[in-house]
Design a protein around this ligand. Structure first.
Ligand SMILES: NC(=O)C1=CN([C@@H]2O[C@H](COP(=O)(O)OP(=O)(O)OC[C@H]3O[C@@H](n4cnc5c(N)ncnc54)[C@H](OP(=O)(O)O)[C@@H]3O)[C@@H](O)[C@H]2O)C=CC1
Ligand SMILES: O=C(O)CCC(=O)C(=O)O
Ligand SMILES: [Mg+2]
Length: 738
């Protein structure tokens, strides 16, 4: 972070579409808040920035960057944090490799990603890259639980301006397929650590010969922590996937796999790799050794595999033959031939399943044809929410957006809760044997018999985050009076331990009758019924369902999760304001580069900015921030009232136009208010200049659209080129920079 004085607000530098939007929006924010003496820092948590910060010894002084993520990770543990966090890339291996290659091309002398490290040096490099891989940012910053909901104005807008929804028919063949058993759900055991059990635990693998290998040492388990262990059988997974492919073919639908290989960066790429192997089973049987020699790693996807075998005509012919015999495949981009199995980070379950459901159960096949799809979600822990949603819409038709209520979420997230914190304690069984958790007192807490390749993991959640989550749920219920459901399955080992916290806490507060506890399937059906009737519900969930539901319901209700209010009340008193619940929208970058139109909607940034300024006012007593915050809320309302959000098509207003309107409404609201005469006087001429310049500004913005745009890189675009593309209006720039 460049500034010496700690900035009042930190606005993160990220990747892809939100970062392009920032090139236009940040100068506006800076201009407005500087009038109140508020400073904005820009910590770089982009994938490229994190790579650069990891290898200072390879770089010149000019190239080096501080480790801003580490600094932010410390800041969020203090009451001073006021962070606006935009979505960033959680990189799959192919993305990480592409980012490294791009940086090397820009003159950064970075080591290659060691695919198969053998020397100690390679292993050390690999470990440093692995810390950057996957979801490496959000879990570090989320030192609090999550409160995600649609702001009233956003919800009203959606009801009055319904987005397009696919039609649901009762005989749709779209379905969810999951393993019948031997998955994480079936094998889960869980316990709450007692005082006598607390301390540094170990995870061990015991071979059939009795030899013990320590997989994880000095693993602190504090009293009150809920600690689970479970595994997915590799054999059962392989058999299930083979059957699912056959079943899809028999159904005449298309095959689609929905995983979270980014956030679940250890387990899910392995499961994804099993699907690639199952799809190309005859090819792996015949050419397994040749493919291994070419460096094929199925976990990196079909795209990487095809690149590696492209020079071998026999293998390519075998792949073509298998594909000809397979069912249709759900496509990421049918024009470019990118399939569901190409890149593990292309189809991410939280966004992909709601997109299928919003479309009436449809996906697109290799010929660009719409059709029903078999949605393969191997593990059953959470698949039931999608299965139940699909059943509900088959029976009731698509949601009526104009009348539907809303499902908000209170999510247990703090301190790497549950599955999303389980990467350091996830292992692929090295051989047949036993994996066990041995406590500090020598007791074996959990133990599983495993076979080679089984995916074993332990998830934990600490006591203070659980208690904070229950408090937050009670707050939200009290403030809204809504139906409130803890989505917990008493038949699941982990959830049963959480229920032991929830029930007494509710009873002690005298609120047991205001809350229900339901398994995810039942809670899905109940919540859909509630919103169909026009009422609201609060889903109080664990970390994975927080993630899934805060895309599912907003994508159905609002058309997108980008417009969500996404507040993380940090446990030490600070504020972390996430901008929406969606990601960094890679497809939007593609459109900008091809035709200079950015369809990214900054509504998430607008909402987070208002919250962050109000936080500065409420918690830090900064009255001018309060005035700016109220005016920013008015500007957000103006964007909605006058329908100034970006359009999808080139030639129509885009992200940049919405920023002009936001600036104008913000300035007008500041000029009109009477709480701070200085701010009113300062912004009156700004508001006038923006209004007077409307025609010129909109014409200059429109003129930029159409031709390809050059931004000088994907993972690390040129700052100058980005600014040139994203700030094409000289008239607007003169007002903002003046
Ligand atoms: N908080 C975070 O840091 C998060 C990061 N991610 C990361 O984001 C990347 C992409 O993930 P993906 O699964 O594709 O999900 P995204 O949410 O990024 O994109 C899916 C689709 O949602 C729509 N969308 C998302 N945000 C906006 C917006 N602001 N304005 C308009 N439309 C929007 C777009 O639809 P359309 O194409 O129809 O316009 C987009 O193609 C991955 O690297 C992932 O790891 C994902 C989730 C959260
Ligand atoms: O961190 C990530 O990879 C994704 C986060 C996410 O999807 C969410 O919080 O909703
Ligand atoms: Mg998500």
């Amino acid at each position: 972070m460049a500034e010496n004085k700690s900035p009042d607000i930190l606005y993160t530098i990220v990747d892809e579409a939100p970062e392009l939007a920032s090139a236009s929006f940040l100068p506006i924010i800076r201009k407005f808040v500087s009038s109140a003496g508020i400073t904005v820092g820009t910590p770089d948590i982009s994938l490229a920035g994190r790579i650069i910060a990891t290898f200072p010894e390879n770089l010149t002084d000019a190239q080096r960057q501080s480790d801003d993520l580490a600094a932010l990770g410390e800041l969020v543990k203090t009451p001073d944090a006021n962070v606006i966090k935009l979505p960033n890339i959680s990189a799959s291996v192919p993305q990480l490799v592409a980012a490294i290659t791009e940086l090397q091309g820009q003159g950064y002398d970075l080591p290659n990603y060691p695919e198969e490290p053998s020397t100690d040096e390679e292993k050390a490099v690999r470990a440093r890259y692995d810390a950057i891989k996957g979801s490496a940012v959000n879990p570090v910053l989320r030192e609090g639980n999550s409160d995600r909901r649609s702001a009233k104005a956003v919800k009203n807008f959606a009801q009055n301006n319904p987005h397009s929804m696919g039609e649901w028919v009762s005989d749709s063949k779209t379905k969810v397929s999951s393993m019948p058993g031997n998955d994480f759900y079936a094998n889960e055991v869980s316990a709450t650590i007692t005082a006598a059990q607390a301390g540094d635990a170990k995870i061990e693998f015991v071979g059939k010969d009795g030899a013990v290998t320590v997989l994880k040492d000095a693993w602190p388990l504090a009293e009150g922590t809920v600690a689970d262990a479970t595994f997915m059988s590799a054999k059962a997974l392989g058999a299930f996937l083979a059957e699912a492919i056959e079943d899809t073919k028999a159904d005449g639908t298309m095959f689609s796999l929905h995983m979270k290989a980014t956030m679940m960066k250890v387990s899910d790429p392995i499961i994804f790799g099993h699907a690639v192997k199952a799809w190309l089973a005859p090819v792996f049987e015949k050419f397994g050794d040749e493919m291994a020699a070419l460096g094929v790693n199925p976990n990196s996807g079909m795209g990487d595999l095809l690149d590696r075998v492209a020079g071998n005509a026999d293998i390519m012919a075998a792949i073509d033959a298998v594909n000809a015999d397979r069912p249709a495949m759900y496509m990421v981009d049918s024009d470019k031939g990118i399939t569901n199995l190409h890149v593990p980070s292309d189809v991410i379950i939280d966004a992909s399943m709601p997109a299928v459901i919003r479309a009436g159960g449809k996906g697109w096949d290799g010929e660009g044809k719409k059709g029903d799809t078999n949605c393969v979600i191997p593990d059953r822990c959470y698949a039931s929410i999608y299965d139940e949603s699909i059943n509900f819409f088959k029976a009731n038709g698509a949601l009526d957006v104009t009348k539907a209520g809303s499902v908000a979420n209170v999510g247990l997230m703090a301190q790497k809760a549950e599955e999303y914190g389980s990467h350091p304690t996830t292992f692929e069984a090295p051989a047949d044997g036993t994996i066990r958790v041995v406590l500090a007192n020598g007791e074996t807490l959990h133990s599983h018999e495993v076979e080679t390749g089984d995916i074993w993991r332990s998830c934990t959640v600490k006591k203070a985050p659980i208690e904070n989550w229950i408090e937050l749920a009670m707050d939200r219920q009290r403030l809204t009076g809504s139906e409130a459901i803890f989505w917990l399955d008493e038949n699941r080992a982990h959830d049963a331990e959480l229920i032991k916290y929830v029930k007494p806490a509710l009873e002690a507060a005298g609120k047991a009758d205001l809350f229900q506890i339901m398994a995810p399937r039942e809670a899905t059906a109940q919540s859909l019924k509630t919103i169909t009737a026009g009422n609201d519900s609060i889903a109080i969930t664990g970390n994975v369902l927080r993630d899934y539901l805060t895309d599912l319901f907003p994508i159905l209700e609002l058309g997108t999760s980008a417009k969500m209010l996404s507040i993380v009340k940090l446990m030490q008193g600070g504020g972390l304001f996430e901008t929406g619940a969606g990601g960094s929208a890679p497809k939007h970058v593609q459109q900008l580069v091809e035709e200079n139109h950015l369809r990214w909607d900054s509504m998430g940034e607008f909402c987070a900015l208002g919250e962050s300024l109000n936080f500065l006012a409420d918690v830090k007593g900064n009255a001018k921030a309060g005035v700016l915050g109220v005016a920013a809320e008015a500007a957000t309302q103006g964007i909605l009232d006058d329908n100034r959000s970006p359009s999808r098509k080139v030639g129509q207003p885009d992200n940049r136009d919405s920023h002009y309107w936001f600036a104008r409404y913000w300035a007008e609201a500041l000029a009109a208010q009477s709480d701070d005469a200085d701010l009113a006087a300062e912004f009156a001429p700004v508001a006038k200049a923006l209004a007077d310049g409307e025609e010129a500004i909109l014409a200059e913005l429109a003129a930029a659209q159409g031709p390809a745009a050059e931004i000088g890189g994907y993972y690390r675009p040129s700052v100058e080129l980005k600014a040139k593309v994203m700030r094409p209006s000289a008239t607007l720039n003169a007002i903002i920079d003046g």
